[in-house]
Ligand binder design. Structure first.
Ligand code: LAN
Length: 728
């Protein structure tokens, strides 16, 4: 009898059930390293009861009593906070699903499969359920993100995931998806990143993958296209990809991969001329077609460099340097990695290089679990290893904005949140930071948690504001001494670009010409850091607050930063008064931030043309019911688009915060928006999930489930502070 269905060295395939018992799922909060556990054993389940937060993530009934009906906006904020407090996790932060992208799970599941990692039955069952629930209702395929139309990328990757976890090829879900995949020309029409994973799995030949030479990392730093200049997410993906590409490593053939070879293509597998499909891509996937330059470079690499010039010593030097950089990324992130695209790739590098039992490989495999999340629809892959610091900072800011932080009632929750941010501040720079092309991070905060270890301009800013505001309030512990606040400021000041704008993870290092080398096809504007009104504003407001309390620390640098940043915000305003947002949807999100920048330098509706135009734009989009309702389509089309399902609480809160920040004078209009928010509040204080809130790379949507608390409460609190006598 065989030990497994795929050959002796493979673990047994998971057993798929129709569903798991959602009341048995628990999330372990190891100082915000989240892992999901299925407690099949009754005793274990009884000893570890499900918390409100877990029930809420899983959409199970919370059975909370109705709160006294809010008569004022402040009471509505308090009711909201009463509910939100129940979702705080033991380590003091707030967790959430962070789904949306539909191209991430494939990397993880393929990596599990090829590294022969057993997949727990409960995981496999809920992965099957999530992917099935998210199949396109008409054609049964999958898109780049949950709201998108089917693409070869999404369909091929999710089809493979389902097959690898044991779904039968003749299951109706698979039959329908396969028909859609075939209609789009089959997997040979997949974009580069999918072709890479298909080659790893051994279902295509490496000749179909456009070159990713690790030698590019040997270019001297002064070369304008050297990889250290690329946006961090692109360079950290191309790094491990280059190693694996260079090794042309593929998994041995198994029953499933043999079957996949028949299922994924419209041509007979044996007859496919792989090299001839290298540049084939379905038009739906081809968001950013490769430039003539990149196509020419690829041609030279494939036809001249690889066969004639790629001497072993160059190849080996490239591999060695890339392998060292992979190790540095692993060391700098405790094997968590930057995001779920490079995490499985680095895992695979360690597996290929160090073997299955090595610490590096095993540690990676453990940490991959932190990208997974369970909700009522099933198990998905989050866009990062969480939203911990980001959401926790906004939670504090919402409470402070409402003035609730001074009440004893809220101190325990807020002190826990402050202690969390205290522990999550990054305390050291990366070891040999110049060598691995990292900018100083000491004093910064990450988007998720400290293990991940990447400071982001606006994550540092929001966390810094939260810490300062609480620590400057009587009765709060002084956890961060001044030196640590200064460290944060020193790090923050490094993020400004030459034109005054601020980017995300690093200051810009290369020119826009680098987009000519964008090989990913599915995303636009990813090769370098750009300027963002959101990130720029967060820095402005944080530095302004800091400056108020420590006017003597680096006075000139701080003032100049603010001046240059707000000047950039002004030039970034569009003729209609709006700002385009890159990380939330879209003009509403960016408008809120940009107007806060204006407020920080004393520019208001009364005295500033910019602020007035910004307000007028927002007001022109207010709906009859008082709310706002921008759709994710606005991000793609770069024009304001209304959401088909009407006003959204998060959108409404964003618009109101922007308007109130610059003292928009017509209270009646603001009050109408506030009424919309309170009318949607449930008796237990919560707000229900509405349309998706976030975006990246213009085309990919992503969920921020906690925004419906943090921003609504903030808007209510701001209103209550400004108009204390207004009743609902
Ligand atoms: C995020 C999430 C947070 C976001 C904000 C802090 C909101 C923003 O203001 C700055 C940029 C940042 C940190 C950001 C960058 C890109 C991320 C990490 C994401 C949108 C979450 C997922 C995305 C990442 C690139 C997904 C993996 C995909 C690849 C193309 C590598």
């Amino acid at each position: 009898k065989r030990a497994s269905d795929d050959g002796d060295s493979f673990p047994k395939r998971p057993r798929l059930e129709a569903k798991t018992d959602l009341t048995r799922w628990r999330v372990k909060d190891d100082d915000s390293r989240h892992t999901w556990h299925y407690l099949a054993d009754d005793k274990a389940a009884a000893e570890w009861p499900q918390s409100y937060a877990e029930k809420w993530y899983l959409n199970l009934p919370l059975d909370l009593p109705a709160l006294p009906k809010a008569e004022t906006p402040l009471q509505a904020a308090e009711n909201g906070l009463t509910f939100f407090e129940k979702l705080q996790l033991p380590s003091g932060h707030w967790g959430c699903e962070y789904g949306g992208p539909m191209f991430l799970l494939g990397g993880i599941v393929i990596t599990w499969y090829v590294t022969k990692t057993p997949i727990p039955d409960a995981y496999a069952t809920e992965i099957k359920n999530y992917i099935t629930a998210r199949a396109h209702p008409e054609d049964g395929g999958w898109g780049l993100h949950i709201e998108g139309e089917s693409t070869v990328f999404g369909t091929a990757m999710n089809y493979i995931v389902l097959r690898l976890i044991g779904v039968d090829a003749e299951d109706p879900v698979m039959v329908k998806a396969r028909a859609t995949l075939h209609k789009m020309g089959g997997a040979v029409n997949a974009p580069h990143w999918a072709k890479f994973w298909l080659a790893v799995l051994g279902v295509v030949d490496w000749d179909i993958v456009n070159p990713v030479p690790p030698e590019i990392w040997l270019l001297p730093d002064w070369v304008p296209i050297a990889p250290w200049r690329w946006w961090i997410h692109i360079r950290q993906v191309f790094l491990p990809m280059g190693y694996i590409y260079s090794k042309r490593w593929s998994c041995e053939e198994t029953d499933i991969t043999r079957e996949l070879k028949q299922e994924l293509f419209v041509q007979p597998h044996a007859e496919i001329n792989w090299a001839s499909h290298r540049n084939r891509i379905s038009p739906i996937d081809n968001y950013h077609p490769k430039s003539w330059l990149l196509n020419s470079v690829n041609w030279v690499l494939v036809n001249v460099y690889n066969p004639y010039l790629r001497f072993n010593f160059i190849k080996e030097r490239g591999e060695k340097w890339v392998s060292e950089l992979v190790d540095m990324e692993d060391a700098n992130t405790e094997y968590a990695c930057l995001a779920p695209v490079n995490a499985p790739m680095n895992t695979l590098v360690c597996y290929i290089r160090d073997g299955p039992d090595a610490f590096t490989t095993q540690r990676h495999i453990e940490r991959l679990d932190e990208y997974l999340w369970v909700k009522d629809e099933g198990m998905l892959c989050n866009g990062t290893n969480g939203v911990q610091c980001w959401d926790t900072a906004f939670a504090i800011l919402a409470a402070v904005e409402s003035g609730l932080h001074v009440q004893e009632r809220w101190k325990p929750m807020l002190v826990k949140a402050l202690e969390y941010l205290d522990r999550q501040q990054i305390r050291e720079n990366c070891k040999d930071q110049e060598k691995c092309y990292r900018q100083p991070r000491k004093g910064g905060w990450p988007f998720s948690n400290r293990d991940q270890g990447y400071g982001v301009s606006d994550c540092i800013s929001e966390a810094l504001k939260a810490v300062i505001l609480l620590q400057k309030t009587e009765g709060y512990p002084q956890l961060l001494e001044d030196r640590r606040i200064f460290d944060a400021v020193d790090t923050l000041l490094l993020y400004q670009n030459d034109n005054g704008g601020v980017s995300s993870y690093e200051a810009r290092r290369g020119g826009e010409y680098l987009e000519m080398l964008n090989a990913a096809e599915v995303f636009g504007r990813i090769m370098i850091e750009y300027d963002y009104p959101e990130c720029t504003t967060a820095c402005v407001t944080a530095l302004s607050l800091f400056h108020k309390h420590w006017p003597d620390y680096r006075t000139k640098d701080v003032e100049l930063f603010i001046k240059r940043a707000t000047n950039w915000i002004k030039t970034n305003q569009r003729p209609d008064g709006s700002w385009y947002g890159s990380w939330g949807i879209c003009f509403t999100y960016a408008g809120m931030f940009a107007l806060q920048s204006m407020a920080a330098i004393g520019e208001t509706y009364a005295n500033s043309q910019i602020a007035r135009a910004g307000c007028d734009f927002l007001i022109s989009k207010q709906r009859e019911d008082g709310g706002w309702s921008e759709s994710y389509r606005a991000c793609e089309t770069m024009t304001y688009v209304e959401h088909e399902s009407g006003s959204q609480v998060v959108q409404t809160a964003w618009a109101l915060i922007g308007l109130m920040a610059v003292d928009y004078p017509d209270v009646a209009k603001i009050k109408k928006g506030i009424r919309l928010i309170t009318s949607r509040q449930q008796a237990n204080g919560e707000w229900l999930q509405e349309a998706i809130e976030g975006v990246f790379n213009k085309s990919c949507m992503i969920s921020y489930p906690n925004y419906k608390f943090t921003f609504t409460i903030k808007a209510l609190g701001m209103f209550a502070k400004r108009y204390p006598d207004e009743r609902l």
